[in-house]
Design a protein around this ligand. Structure first.
Ligand code: PGA
Length: 259
């Protein structure tokens, strides 16, 4: 089984003292979890990236943001560029989260440009994809996710190397209604198969699979972690609410370590 990755998505929560406390507790967990077993990534609001660098440099724990600008510099009020992220040694950035694509009308094209920009600067994208409840009810979930991937695939399938795709059904986010193990396994497997088959079609016939991770997100908690992470197609989890509690988040990391 491949190394699991546990990603915290702290959204717009916290304060300096909150992050100092959380980081200190998460860092002390690292002593019990071999870096070779589980990778821990903290995706936090921009103003606390400096703190993450201070706490986690050389610790084996990674950190990053929850968005990035598609442009590198210029008159873009309120935006933060990828080089600003790398100034604080960020290794990851979440892009395409449904809370952004819905509230800030982010298009797939915009997300694809952000993906490309991150890759150009060696920051690993954590690309969120997923369907609404209505789309799942209509049996369209794979079509929807495929369309979200296709815009990025127009840059070639190799662009997905070393990135993370988070399958986050929109109905499962913040809802206490996680996807069933079967739903999570099916979609994670579909995402991998689709990207690999596109790679072959575009001439990557050397049979080498593109090294990428596909994780599940949406109402993951300390009770369903073991079941979801034991699935062989699920390479990890993206954790929202439970990352706000150091105890719960650490418990989830420990469970991932047991698998
Ligand atoms: P949740 O959020 O774990 O609170 O459902 C997940 C996410 O939005 O990434």
């Amino acid at each position: 089984m491949s190394k699991k990755i546990i990603i915290a998505n702290l959204k717009m929560h916290g304060s300096s003292s909150f992050y100092e406390d959380l980081f200190a507790q998460v860092k002390s967990t690292q002593k019990h979890i071999a870096v070779s077993d589980v990778e821990i990534v903290m995706c936090i609001p921009y103003p606390y990236l400096f703190l993450a660098e201070k706490f986690f440099a050389h610790s084996g724990i990674s950190w990053g943001s929850q968005n990035v600008a598609k442009d590198l510099a210029g008159p873009f009020t309120g935006e933060v560029s990828v080089t600003m992220l790398t100034d604080f040694a960020s290794q990851y950035a979440i892009i395409g989260h449904s809370e952004r694509s819905t509230a800030y009308c982010e298009s797939d094209l915009n997300i694809a440009e952000k993906f490309k920009r991150l890759k150009e600067h060696n920051v690993r994208p954590i690309l969120c994809v997923g369907e609404t409840f209505i789309e799942r009810e209509a049996g369209m979930e794979k079509k929807v996710v495929q369309a979200q991937l296709e815009t990025i695939l127009s840059n070639g399938s190799e662009i997905f190397a070393d990135s993370v795709i988070a399958y986050e059904p929109i109905w499962a986010i913040g809802s206490d209604m996680a996807a069933s193990p079967e739903q999570a396994q099916n979609m994670c497997s579909f995402i991998k198969d689709f990207i690999h088959s596109e790679g072959k079609q575009s001439g990557n016939n050397d049979q080498k699979k593109i090294p990428l991770k596909v994780v599940y997100g949406g109402s993951v908690n300390e009770k369903n972690t073991l079941q979801l992470l034991s699935l062989d197609e699920v390479d990890g989890a993206l954790i929202g609410r439970c990352s706000l509690s150091a105890d719960k988040f650490i418990q989830i990391c420990n469970l991932a370590h047991q698998i």
